[in-house]
Design a protein. Structure first.
Length: 193
């Protein structure tokens, strides 16, 4: 089996992770994995893992790390069998130190390596402005502030975790889509050089 490269996109809600992942998927011949999308797909298709996840989602609980890791494992194994895909962009995963450690352990077994962790950095006020303009139910200012607080408490510690492993690149997310994409590509190229 071939070796896959993984890019991890970190950043607060509304920082442009999903948008940049979609742009770079085509440019790099990578697969874009949104853990939320993967969960919804497995629940919809009533897979074994989807049925387990549905129990948590329907009761409003967080899906346990072990189940998320199993979903990721299944997805990565599937991608490894697709010759045309050279890597994976993880969007929305890992969210916690425990998930990051579990991911590290799992990918060692699968001949996959983390190429870079890209943090899209953007001020909270800009995020509030961006998200309040989308009109989604979970984009009300008080909910956005709560999501940002959850991000700061749970996910932001990953910045230090990946910086200690010399994998972290911070990208200014407060610029045009094209400029953010260019900054990401430059950071990835620097990893190779």
């Amino acid at each position: 089996m071939k070796s896959l490269e993984v890019l991890i996109f970190l950043g607060p809600p509304g920082s442009g992770k999903g948008t940049q992942a979609e742009i770079l998927t085509a440019k790099l011949n990578f697969s874009h994995l949104s853990v939320g999308d993967l969960l919804r797909e497995n629940i919809k298709n009533k897979t074994v893992l989807g049925k387990l996840a549905a129990r948590y989602v329907s009761s409003g609980e967080l899906v346990p790390d072990e189940l998320i890791i199993d979903l990721m494992d299944s997805y990565i194994m599937n991608i490894k069998n697709q010759k045309e895909i050279s890597g994976i962009i993880l969007d929305g995963f890992p969210r916690t130190i425990n998930q990051a450690i579990a991911l590290e352990n799992k990918i060692k077994q699968l001949d996959v390596n983390i190429k870079s962790v890209l943090n899209l950095d953007i001020p909270d006020q800009k995020i509030l402005n961006r998200l309040s303009g989308r009109g989604r139910e979970d984009d009300k200012p008080e909910l956005i502030k709560n999501r940002l607080e959850v991000y700061r408490n749970q996910t932001e510690p990953l910045l230090e975790f990946y910086n200690d492993r010399s994998l972290l690149d911070s990208i200014n997310g407060d610029q045009s889509e094209a400029d953010v994409s260019s900054s990401i590509i430059n950071a990835i190229k620097a990893e190779v050089a």
